[in-house]
Design a protein around this ligand. Structure first.
Ligand code: 0A1
Ligand code: ZN
Length: 853
């Protein structure tokens, strides 16, 4: 630990900055080991703040010189910055400084670093302080000008280009921004260029910058960008506000991408795509992430966060906006199901364990540890509920007021809620609990039917389990979308939203001719767990008749989950009712193939483990794996003909297109193939692999083979074919580990870490082996604890090099308390070993401390 007694940062301690910044001018003289950064910063005393010293954050900087209003000062920086005594400072002054940094030695990929000979930056959350001395906090917003000097041909920064010459370029960003949105890129890059005319007629030059040779793989990112720009104008009335918009792809990046003003930096995996090298899922992610970063231009950049506790203000809203965009571009129903699957897999899991935290946390040690599914995905669910509660028009009015009132400001969740309260006249004080209370609410549903009077009563009860630091929870506002079906499957009450505010809520409907079947939480109207004891027949009925596609899928899902839980407990087999219902879904040509593919997907091993924990049981990962495998074999055996027909019928003739229609057909085709391989030993998959002309089918076929214990020659062939392509080689590493049999997963991962292509300092490559191991539940949790030990060894090795990525991957251990004493002991020992490592980063110290509790 860097600090003997590290103190958390608390929301309650927020104070406004004592000085504001009117303008910043930066000059970079780039050199790998000795980049010189000069800064000129115009400060002005903040009339709304109490008198205080001015703290300039700065880490790992060699201070060469500093002046105030041209007068040299002898500043003595400490390990995290320097303090200028407030009482000695004029009300307005110029700070100038020169520092030296070494981008080549920056392996943490935060601040200014190098990736394959190219300079790039990552400043969110607190990376700017590794570039120069500055009040590195989001509520200090300023216009920036930047001069970059380097022999490299392409020199980029935020805003508009203002001048350039041989070996230098200057950029001017007129929009005030916090330092976390600063960016600089310099490299030997080529552009895929295009143009966009905004609704009011501004001509915007668009560029996707990549390494030479990659320019043929940018078209989809560019197309996604143009669609995002148009969509934000049409759906939110938001126009782009600069003359250029640049996207740069870098190979070494800790996260997905970053919304720096006018200069988005992307993990190359979310930019580069061709049909031969990228799967449908990759195309989908590119579209989503390009949109997400673009949408931040208004939700995050023009209006930013007052402090990092408000992270969900920009992230929850921007995720919600990218979800709306994807729903408009593709099938809304399929998109909703996919989003719920991901929410449950990542956010519900987080909420169940020691890392549970509110969407707006109230304290942290390292903010980088809070870029979580809770802040992002649950944050988006809160916006969705808000929209449901205030209605579309109320939402539009509130959002308009938000942009009008807060443009150019650094805001809080209170500001966000206030515009809706004002625009709609609603009291949102109870709703605000969604931001403050951690944990996933449980919604217990009971029904009462009075045959004599035809009275049907639905009773809902909410409770939220305790989470770290929050033993007791108050009731939340839960919008529960409910519909009723008649016994013949007809809709007798269209969807209506029950607004639950108390612990208990009843809805009574009189005069029903026959007992209705309720469909509850349509569209997944709130991020809660529904506990509703219903018979398998009832679920099968909803699976066949519900008019809400989400609930229809959910009924089948619930059925599958219950069957799997029973199979884990007593080795039961899936009954013919479920198998017949699934067969009907598979061959129902009125249903979107992508939807049918989702219905065929068995709940994951982690889902089953969560279901067992919910039932108060201890999950056995091996028993879960075996049960799930038997479940899939039973489906394959029962539906062989239908699957074979779907496999043929879903072929996509003609050239590859990543559009939703063809992608949905391939999803169903490959889901069928994975089952069929259990019947034919992988014959069809081997043929498809041999003839595939696109990565979706090549990977789908390889996965199907590995799942049935075949595919070793294909694995070798795949590597020979793609050894030159980093992103494809990442897939090659990941698929072998993720789909290895439980008994060989750890050895597979270990041997791949010795492969000459295993470049462990590259985050994508590290995740492709060690991240993939954690997704292979039965393999990671194999008896003896070798998986835990291997991951711990690698996290300890990575931590001094790249603490952020090490800390993120440590969440593989967050479920440790679920398991039997032997596994608990081994996981705990791994965590304790990490925690005891000398000089552990703040990132990993905080994560291990929270997990160990
Ligand atoms: N704001 C980005 C995500 C991001 C966050 C932190 C990073 O480095 C620590 C990088 C990117 C987004 O939401 O896309
Ligand atoms: Zn974001």
């Amino acid at each position: 630990m860097k600090d003997a007694t590290p103190q958390p940062i608390r929301l309650a301690d927020y104070t406004p900055p004592p000085f504001l910044v009117e303008g910043v001018a930066l000059t970079f003289r780039l050199a790998p080991r000795a980049t010189r950064v000069t800064s000129r910063i115009r400060f002005r005393r903040n009339p709304d703040a109490q008198a205080q010293d001015l703290r300039l954050d700065g880490e790992g900087l060699r201070l060469i010189s500093a002046t105030i209003d041209g007068v040299p000062i002898t500043a003595q920086p400490d390990a995290t910055g320097l303090t200028l005594p407030g009482g000695d400072l004029p009300d307005a002054f110029d700070w100038a400084a020169e520092v030296e940094i070494a981008p080549e030695e920056n392996t943490a990929l935060e601040g200014l670093y190098m990736s394959n000979g190219m300079y790039c930056t990552q400043c969110e959350a607190e990376g700017f302080r590794k570039i120069t001395f500055y009040p590195d906090r989001p509520d200090v917003m300023a216009p920036f000008t930047v001069r970059v000097e380097s022999e490299l041909p392409v020199l980029l920064s935020n805003g508009n280009p203002s001048a350039q010459g041989d070996g230098w370029a200057e950029w001017d960003d007129p929009w005030p921004k916090p330092a976390y949105l600063f960016a600089l890129v310099a490299g030997d890059l080529v552009a895929h260029s295009d143009a966009f005319a905004t609704a009011s007629g501004r001509a915007v030059a668009l560029n996707v910058w990549v390494r030479p040779g990659d320019e043929g793989r940018c078209a989809y990112a560019m197309d996604s960008l143009k669609r995002s720009m148009r969509w934000d104008e049409e759906a939110y009335g938001r126009e782009y506000d600069l003359d250029v918009f640049n996207i740069v792809a870098v190979d070494d990046f800790n996260m997905g991408a970053m919304e720096n003003k006018g200069l988005n930096v992307f993990n190359s995996k979310y930019v580069l795509a061709s049909s031969e090298t990228a799967t449908d899922a990759d195309f989908d992610n590119i579209e989503r992430i390009v949109a997400h970063e673009y949408f931040h231009n208004w939700t995050g950049n023009r209006i930013t966060c007052r402090d990092w506790f408000q992270l969900c203000l920009k992230e929850g809203l921007t995720v919600f906006r990218d979800q709306q965009f994807s729903a408009d571009m593709r099938s809304a129903a399929v998109k909703r199901i996919e989003d719920v699957l991901s929410l449950r897999a990542r956010q519900f899991r987080e909420d169940q364990g020691p890392l549970a935290h509110p969407v707006r946390p109230d304290s942290y040690h390292e903010i980088n540890n809070f870029y979580t599914a809770t802040v992002y995905e649950k944050g988006a669910e809160i916006i969705r509920m808000l929209r449901t509660l205030v209605g579309e028009d109320g939402y539009d009015a509130g959002v308009r007021l938000y942009f009008d009132r807060h443009d150019g400001q650094a805001c809080t969740i209170e500001d966000w809620l206030a515009v809706f309260a004002e625009a709609t006249g609603r009291d949102l004080s109870q709703f605000a609990r969604w931001y403050a209370q951690a944990g996933t609410p449980r919604l217990r549903v009971t029904e009462d039917w009075d045959e004599g009077t035809g009275r049907f009563t639905l009773t809902l009860e909410q409770s939220t389990p305790p989470t770290p630091g929050q033993p007791d929870k108050a009731p939340q506002v839960i919008p529960v979308a409910v519909g009723l079906l008649g016994p013949a499957g007809d809709e007798i009450m269209a969807t209506r939203v029950i607004e639950m505010t108390d612990t208990r809520h009843s809805l009574t409907i009189e005069g029903m001719p026959a007992r209705p079947v309720p469909s509850i939480l349509r569209g997944f109207s709130a991020p809660v767990v529904v506990e509703h004891a219903v018979t398998p027949e009832r679920r099968a009925f909803l699976m066949a008749h519900d008019t809400d596609p989400f609930s229809r899928w959910e009924a089948g899902r619930g059925l599958a989950r219950e069957i799997l839980v029973a199979m884990v407990r007593d080795g039961a087999a899936p009954g013919p009712d479920y198998l017949d219902a699934l067969a009907v879904t598979l061959s129902d040509e009125r249903l979107d193939p992508a939807f049918r593919a989702l219905c065929l997907r068995a709940p994951s091993e982690d889902d089953i483990a969560q279901a067992l924990v919910d039932a108060g049981e201890t999950p056995d990962p091996m028993a879960i794996h075996t049960a799930r495998e038997r479940f899939q074999r039973a489906i394959a055996a029962h539906m062989d003909d239908g699957l074979a027909r779907a496999f043929i019928a879903m072929e996509t003739p003609g050239p590859y297109s990543p559009d939703a229609r063809d992608a949905g057909r391939r999803a169903l085709r490959l889901a069928a193939l994975a089952y069929l391989s259990r019947n034919d030993g992988g014959d069809r998959a081997a043929r498809l692999f041999a003839g595939a002309d696109n990565m979706t089918e090549q990977m789908g076929a390889l996965g199907a083979l590995l799942q049935v214990g075949a595919g070793q020659s294909e694995v070798a062939r795949f590597h020979r074919q793609w050894a030159h392509d980093r992103l494809v080689v990442d897939k090659w590493f990941a698929v072998q580990v993720a789909l290895a049999a439980p008994e060989s997963a750890v050895e597979t991962a270990r041997s791949l870490t010795r492969h000459p292509d295993f470049d462990w300092k590259n985050p994508n490559r590290f995740r492709s082996v060690l991240g993939a191991l954690a997704t292979n539940a039965a393999g990671f949790h194999a008896p003896g604890g070798a998986g835990y030990a291997l991951l711990a060894d690698w996290l300890i090795q990575l931590d001094p090099v790249n603490p952020q990525t090490a800390a993120r991957l440590s969440t593989a251990f967050e479920t440790w308390r679920r398991y039997d004493p032997a596994r608990q002991g081994a996981m705990r020992a791994a965590l304790e070993r990490i925690r005891a490592t000398p000089d552990l980063s703040r990132d990993l110290s905080e994560m291990t401390a929270r997990m160990l509790g």
